[in-house]
Design a protein around this ligand. Sequence first.
Ligand SMILES: NC(=O)c1ccc[n+]([C@@H]2O[C@H](COP(=O)([O-])OP(=O)(O)OC[C@H]3O[C@@H](n4cnc5c(N)ncnc54)[C@H](OP(=O)(O)O)[C@@H]3O)[C@@H](O)[C@H]2O)c1
Length: 311
Amino acid sequence: MNRREFLRRGCLSVGMLALPPLWAQLSPDEKTGLRDEKPTQTGILKREIPNTREKLTAVGLGTWRHFDAEWSDYERLEMVIDVFRSEGGQVIDTSPMYGMAETVLGVLTGESNFFRAGKIFTTGENEGLEQFKLSLSRMRVRKLDLLQVHNLLDVRTHIKTLRRLKEEGRIRYLGLTHYQESVYGEMASLMREMKPDFIQISYNVRERAAEKELLPLAQQLKIAVLVNQPFGGGSLLPPGSLGEVPGFARELGCRSRAQALLKFVLSHEAVTCVLTGTGNSLHMKENMRAAHGDFPEEKDRERWARALVNF
Ligand SMILES: NC(=O)c1ccc[n+]([C@@H]2O[C@H](COP(=O)([O-])OP(=O)(O)OC[C@H]3O[C@@H](n4cnc5c(N)ncnc54)[C@H](OP(=O)(O)O)[C@@H]3O)[C@@H](O)[C@H]2O)c1
């Protein structure tokens, strides 16, 4: 039984018989978006994890909200994963905090070759370890590439667990995450003290506090950087604005506002990979294509940020 058949039977078994075929629910854009161009992986931007020099494709997939899904969403999300894979995507970020997301990923990706970034989001040593084991079983994998302390919750307890898991080979890298600029001072102290392999922070044309300390510090300490919320959680892409692309961004090949926002983030050299949250395969493809071509030069970054923050 192949995966599609498995999903179909899964849907049937939970009484989804009354639903129309899922393909029929897609917008014409989504259908065309999957058909129009051949996948390209040539020339895609990859960045090194500083302390190992392992290379990662610079655009990744986030699973908050969109992958906390019902059976009826699976076929649509499978297309997101298919596009992500065929466009050369590697990093998928998730968390036990994201409802069904780990389980959905387990069904849709199994043991296949992605760079899985999971999290611990609880308090207490035993609770953290048990949560990690549950994440593995939900994601249907034996180990994770990266395990992060989500929002620094009980970080001093979990960092010891993460170090042990890394020694045991059950994770390859360890990291710390947050999304609020008000916590970046604490994040900087922890980076100096704990020397994680990765940090994950918010960084976009509107939230640029990371430029002052965290991004230069990450370069100095050779810490890889995952960026979350490059679209401000979607608030930088309000309806009606998607086609608004400044001329200088069009010259660098941006066909949409989303691509311009991503190219701005990637133009900072400390950024290893930018995570884009989407449940739409056309958006996934558009986001992956932002990792191709040229990026704004240092001297042009202010102009890009100013133009893109105002719409
Ligand atoms: N503390 C933490 O560890 C933390 C905090 C926040 C986020 N994260 C991680 O970072 C990931 C990314 O952040 P996020 O999902 O909050 O925010 P985001 O990526 O900034 O924005 C997501 C929103 O943008 C829309 N979007 C994506 N691509 C688009 C495109 N090409 N065109 C138009 N709209 C597009 C999505 O809607 P559609 O579905 O319609 O595409 C969604 O509403 C999360 O999924 C999560 O994995 C981690």
